[in-house]
Design a binder for this molecule. Structure first.
Ligand code: PMP
Ligand code: GLN
Length: 385
């Protein structure tokens, strides 16, 4: 007799379907304006799609080299040097990955052994903790508090132990839209000085900063650069989240181990897009205009929301705005996000999902990477609450 498959014991028992999938599906089912999952409602540059078509039609469809197409790695290194004045060797220090998610996973896997501790600043992007857990690591949380979510470096320092192997950093920050200052980098460097601690830095929103803020990449601090895996994504910068192409910049000694892991997770990343991006990264106009482009969207949405009962401080970076609904209701944020999607047809993400213990500060996250008419309509509906 055939025995039915049994449920497997889970290595990630606390994980369900991600909130992004849940909310996007609900938004579609309910015909709601989808300001939940972080992706643009508009397309990438036609020039970029033309380049992809060109490479698709001209024989660039077989495996790319494991570490990424050399022309793409060179282009990434050149762009990095242009933007930050910092050099990475494309041969040994730049690795193309299947999204920033894979880069983060490989970096965590490269350094974390069972029992090692990794400091995670919460709220935190949802892929960090599972990556640590799957490697037998122990996430050690430092909670950042609303409304400013400033990092108290003394608190971080207090969590460092002989078992600390890495610190996960995210600037500009998803979901709260804060950005590191130069002083933050100095404090971080001071804390890890003389210790065997690595930095895994998620900088996917590097080109989306507002009000004259500057993105301070870990690479701009010489001490931090030597210990950092800088994880990036072309998804956010070029409006192509569905391509899942990212990369990791790290000193050769760290990249060596990173690639050992990358080669057995995916081996290599989708090929024709790499060649298209190699050409497109050479045009600074797009990424140089990105902060202004998104600042206009943030301002348009926030201006319209001023007529609502939501309260907020304007996001400083990323394409997310968090708002407090304290003056409207004391419902649990998850329940409210579901209710608003169903009743007023605007989908958001509850901020509690970014905390391990689901801390509820009565905050919702709205993604403003949307066409203006969607932002206007969504804000109008939110103002009725
Ligand atoms: N980090 C952060 C902070 C993000 O918001 C995202 C969103 N996609 C990622 C990593 C993952 O990037 P990718 O889609 O390139 O894997
Ligand atoms: N980064 C996107 C967000 O925060 C979602 C990515 C995903 O769906 N996994 O909304």
């Amino acid at each position: 007799m055939m025995t039915k498959a049994k449920n497997l014991p889970s290595k990630l028992p606390y994980v369900g379907t991600t909130i992004f999938t849940v909310m996007s599906k609900l938004a579609t089912d309910e015909g709601a304006y989808n300001l939940s999952q972080g992706f643009p409602s508009f397309d990438c540059s036609p020039k970029l799609s033309e380049l992809v078509c060109h490479y698709l039609k001209n024989g660039y469809n077989q495996y790319a080299p494991m570490s990424g197409a050399p022309v793409f790695r060179e282009s990434i290194a050149e762009k990095t040097a242009d933007v930050y004045g910092i050099s990475y060797n494309p041969e040994t220090e730049v690795t193309v990955t299947s999204g920033a998610t894979e880069a983060i996973f490989c970096a965590v896997t490269a350094v974390v052994y069972p029992g090692d501790e990794v400091i995670v600043l919460e709220p935190a992007y949802d892929s960090y903790v599972p990556a640590i857990d799957l490697n037998g690591g122990v996430p050690v949380f430092v909670t950042l508090d609303a409304p400013d979510f400033k990092i108290d470096w003394e608190k971080v320092k207090a969590k460092i132990s002989p078992k600390t192997k890495a610190i996960l950093i995210n600037t500009p920050h998803n979901p709260v839209g804060t950005v590191f200052s130069k002083e933050d980098l100095d404090c971080l460097a001071e804390i890890i000085r003389g210790k065997d601690i690595y930095i895994i830095s998620d900088e996917v929103y590097e080109h989306i900063v507002f009000d004259g803020e500057v993105h301070h990449s870990m690479m701009t601090h010489p001490e931090l650069k030597e210990r950092s895996f800088i994880c990036n994504s072309v998804g956010k910068t070029y409006h192509v989240t569905g391509w899942k192409i990212g990369y990791c910049l790290a000193p050769a000694a760290l990249t060596k181990e990173f690639r050992r892991i990358h080669q057995y997770i995916t081996f290599c990343t989708v090929s024709p897009m790499q060649f298209a991006l190699a050409d497109f990264l050479k045009l600074p106009e797009h990424y140089e205009a990105l902060s202004d482009f998104y600042q206009r969207k943030r301002d348009r949405f926030n201006e319209a929301l001023k007529a609502s009962r939501f309260t907020f401080k304007p996001s400083k970076g990323s394409f997310f705005q968090i708002v407090s609904y304290e003056k409207i209701t004391d419902e649990y944020d998850y329940d409210l996000a579901i209710r608003l999607t169903k009743e007023i047809k605007v989908a958001s993400v509850p901020v509690s999902v970014f905390y391990k213990d689901k801390k509820d500060d009565k905050l919702l996250r709205f993604c403003f990477a949307k066409d203006d008419d969607i932002l206007d309509k969504a804000a109008e509906l939110l103002c009725k609450l």
